[in-house]
Design a protein around this ligand. Sequence first.
Ligand code: MG
Ligand code: MG
Length: 272
Amino acid sequence: MSWERQVSIKSKDEIAIMREAGIINAEALKAASEVCVPGATTWDVNAAADRVLDHYKVTSPFKGVPGPIPFPASTCVSVNDVLVHGIPSKKIVLHEGDIVSVDCGTTYKGFVADSAFTIGVGKVSEEAQKLMEVTENSLYIGIEKMVPGNYTGDVSAAIQEYVESHGFYVTKQYTGHGVGRRMWEAPQVPNYGTKGQGIRLRPGITIAIEPMVLVGTDATQVHQDGWAVSSADLSLTAHFEHSIAVTEEGPVILTLLENGEPPVSVTGRKKL
Ligand code: MG
Ligand code: MG
């Protein structure tokens, strides 16, 4: 199958470099999360991540991604109905009750880490909290399926089944993806699918899994800036993402902090 041949297999040494990239990325996300407070702007959130990337003298592969305008920042900061690709802005102020997702990439020694979280600003509604928790849980449920011999469809189906069982929707338009020397590699891993279909997972495959979940619809709309993507009905949305390596020993999450904790957890997850 041609897709199978396009999937690049990473060596243990390459995966070790990707883990280092993932630690830096996790530190940047943790710093960004600490700025998600009432009165801060999405620009401030991006600046916090940038300070960490600058400290390590690394860059984000997000900067300059071609589009209507080249993507101008290291992170996407997406508030409430904005599902993904929000451009950080001094004009977008965070308010109590908002939910914010931050997606960050790091390129380190030629390899990419890609990860995202969603967090509440102050106290959020019950629905917003449930949305974030379901989205975070769906990510880890998908990751558990990333064992050699399983198929990408097993990951996709597990995410979809869990999200829909809680009454929410997954987007059909944006997907998880292989990650490595480039931010987007084969295979695509949608957040919906059929068990036993797709690419067979084997050790050395590295994939960014990223459930993007919407409260009221699976339809989306792109903003006038050509980047930000909202739910079509402007209902709340959430997004969690990790970069993962499939190994003989099972899935290894590359984008955790050095101590093995996720940079952000709305469910109180610690060591994984
Ligand atoms: Mg991402
Ligand atoms: Mg991604």
